[in-house]
Write a protein that binds this ligand. Structure first.
Ligand SMILES: *Cc1c(COP(=O)(O)O)cnc(C)c1O
Length: 499
């Protein structure tokens, strides 16, 4: 079974430490947490190596250790996570991850009655569906108790939400109440969100790291406004934070930003272990503030070898290797390692944004200095005979995959390009990208509109398309609306998700 883990309260840990040994942790970082990933590699002079351990050859040993992480995963590929009897240590590592993540998000841990709960999932999508289900069931239970109708639940969220939310809403038959984006605000306005809340609202979703522009939505203001509205109406509506991308960035880069369980109305949070959690695709996490927010009727309790185990999951079998790998990454890097890597990514993103801005050709749409995700979203200045999609196509000739896409409904006329700065996007690679973007601009400047039109036609004809998703008898506009990003302008072609 995939187990629902209790995050152990400080009181219980203190009690156990009083009888037991205290654990000391020693961590460093990978190559991507060092100077070598955020500064240009020396070209003219042999570098001075000072006493910083992160700058000596140990960093390469660290790379070798990451190979061991792959080896660790390979060794565990045959394990089914549900087989608690056979692989109890996998469950133990999952419990540890939940504990660490719950603490990272400041879950209340004062007493044994106030312990957070969490579980591993296949990714944020499963976590989002589980969290939405919990909010819906809790709302229904409370309505039933009061003898009120419970057949018309709604969820408030920004129109910039990720496709996982559309799935959750549709699968669970919930009315979406979307806050439209505007040119001034390409993510959810908390004031407008709270205006949409009514007695049938099961929760409000806030995104920590919008997939379009990387913005962190203002959860604190949302919390204050929702608290007031709850109080005025005698409601108990909570916030779910979709921290799929930001959950492993914000705690290390902007630790004072309040978006998590420090806020009273935040009842659950999801994060993708396979995004900035630095683990291969196949792991995510859902954490609830306390048992109160996870209706018991959703949890399957099994008595296993004399101990009670609780399970909350959509699927039965899944691999254990990703959970084990996530634990490896967390103890391998520690908070210090994550901080170094995320700082480098932020510095690289800022550098790229500065370089692009200084060309005078682009407007940067994303945040900088760690106030948003380490990504750069940018659009062309002025009216030209080519657009962002043409730049994307041109860059493809040099091997770069930089998606162009249109914004969320209501602001879909805004086109953008986006570079997500991930661990292996070092400063030197960034310099090459900037050069290639400039070269693409110059080359497009020189050709006329006719040549651009021809190129688009050629691209449309020869780029990859799927027989299954490209059925001309189906309304294409509906299909593309359901996709998170429209990365193609041709309505006959399927949009490609890029997350
Ligand atoms: C990626 C993402 C998701 C979906 O997460 P998966 O882990 O890919 O299932 C949901 N919400 C946001 C904001 C995301 O960025």
């Amino acid at each position: 079974m995939v187990f629902l883990s209790n995050a152990i309260s400080n009181a219980r840990i203190d009690a156990s430490n009083a009888q037991d040994e205290v654990h000391h942790e020693s961590v460093s970082t990978t190559i991507y947490g060092t100077r070598w990933a955020s500064e240009d590699i020396p070209r003219f002079e042999m570098p001075q190596l000072d006493g910083n351990p992160a700058l000596n050859l140990a960093t390469f040993v660290t790379t070798y250790m990451e190979d061991e992480a792959e080896k660790l995963m390979t060794e565990n590929l045959s394990k089914n996570f549900i087989d608690y009897e056979e692989y109890p240590q996998s469950v133990e590592l999952c419990n540890r991850c939940v504990n660490m993540i719950a603490r990272l998000y400041h879950a209340p841990m004062h007493s044994a009655d106030e312990e957070a709960l969490g579980c591993s999932t296949v990714g944020s999508s499963e976590a989002i569906i589980l969290a939405t289900l919990a909010m819906k069931r809790r709302w229904q239970n409370s309505r039933k108790e009061k003898g009120l109708p419970y057949d018309n639940p709604n969820l408030v969220l920004g129109a910039n939400c990720q496709v996982a939310w559309h799935k959750a809403i549709r699968y669970l038959e919930i009315e979406p109440r979307e806050v439209e984006c505007t040119e001034e605000m390409l993510y959810m306005d908390p004031h407008k969100a709270v205006e949409l809340v009514n007695e049938n609202t099961i929760g409000v979703c806030a995104i920590l790291g919008s997939t379009y522009t990387g913005h962190y939505e203002d959860v604190k203001t949302l919390n204050t406004l929702l608290e007031a509205k709850n109080e005025a109406n005698g409601w108990d509506i909570g916030i779910h934070v979709d921290a799929a991308s930001g959950g492993f960035v914000a705690p290390f880069i902007v630790p004072d930003l309040e978006w998590d369980f420090r806020l009273s109305r935040v009842v659950s949070i999801n994060v993708s272990g396979h995004k900035y959690g630095l683990t291969y695709a196949g792991v995510g996490w859902a954490v609830w503030r306390s048992a109160e927010y996870l209706p018991k009727s959703l949890i399957f309790n099994i008595n296993y070898l004399g101990s009670d185990q609780a399970s909350f999951t959509l699927n039965f079998s899944k691999g254990a290797a990703h959970v084990i790998a996530q634990y490896y990454v967390m103890i391998r890097l520690g908070q210090a390692g994550f901080r170094k890597i995320m700082s480098n990514l932020t510095a690289t993103a800022d550098h790229l944004a500065d370089k692009l801005r200084s060309t005078g050709r682009f407007t940067i749409m994303s945040e900088s200095s760690g106030r948003g995700l380490p990504l750069v979203a940018f659009r062309l200045n002025g009216q030209l005979h080519y657009n962002e999609f043409d730049i994307s196509t041109k860059l493809r000739e040099r091997g770069w995959i930089v998606p162009a896409y249109t914004m969320a409904p209501n602001v879909e006329h805004i086109k953008m390009l986006r570079v997500v700065v991930r661990e292996d996007f070092s400063r030197s690679r960034c310099e090459i990208l900037v050069k290639d973007i400039l070269a693409a601009l110059h080359s497009l400047d020189e050709v006329d509109s006719l040549a651009i039109a021809k190129k688009r036609e050629h691209h449309a004809k020869h780029s990859h398309s799927s027989l299954f998703s490209n059925n001309p008898n189906k309304p294409a506009s509906k299909a593309s609306k359901e996709t998170e990003f429209n990365t193609t302008e041709d309505p006959k072609k399927p949009a490609q998700g890029i997350c």
